[in-house]
Design a protein around this ligand. Structure first.
Ligand SMILES: [Zn+2]
Length: 68
C-alpha cells in the first residue's frame, strides 16, 4: 500500500495490512493519505475512449476523402 504525505508530498510504501504511522521524510503523523491507484475499469474506459476518438477522426477523414 502506498501513502502520500500531505505536508511534504513524499510517497512511501507500507507493507500490506499495515497503516502508515509517520512520514519517513518529515515525520508527520497526520495527513498521510493512501495513494489510490486508478481502478482497472477506469483504465479500460480510457483506452476505449482513446480508440473511439481515433476511430471517429479516421472515419471523418476517410468520409471527406471519399466524398471529395
Ligand atoms: Zn512528509
Amino acid at each position: 500500500m502506498e501513502y502520500r504525505c500531505a505536508r511534504c508530498h513524499e510517497k512511501f510504501a507500507v507493507a500490506d495490512g499495515e497503516e502508515a504511522h509517520a512520514c519517513p521524510r518529515c515525520k508527520a503523523e497526520a495527513g498521510l493519505e493512501p495513494v489510490k491507484k486508478v481502478p482497472k475499469p477506469m483504465m479500460l474506459f480510457g483506452v476505449f475512449l482513446g480508440c473511439a476518438l481515433v476511430a471517429t477522426v479516421v472515419g471523418g477523414v476517410l468520409s471527406v476523402v471519399r466524398g471529395g
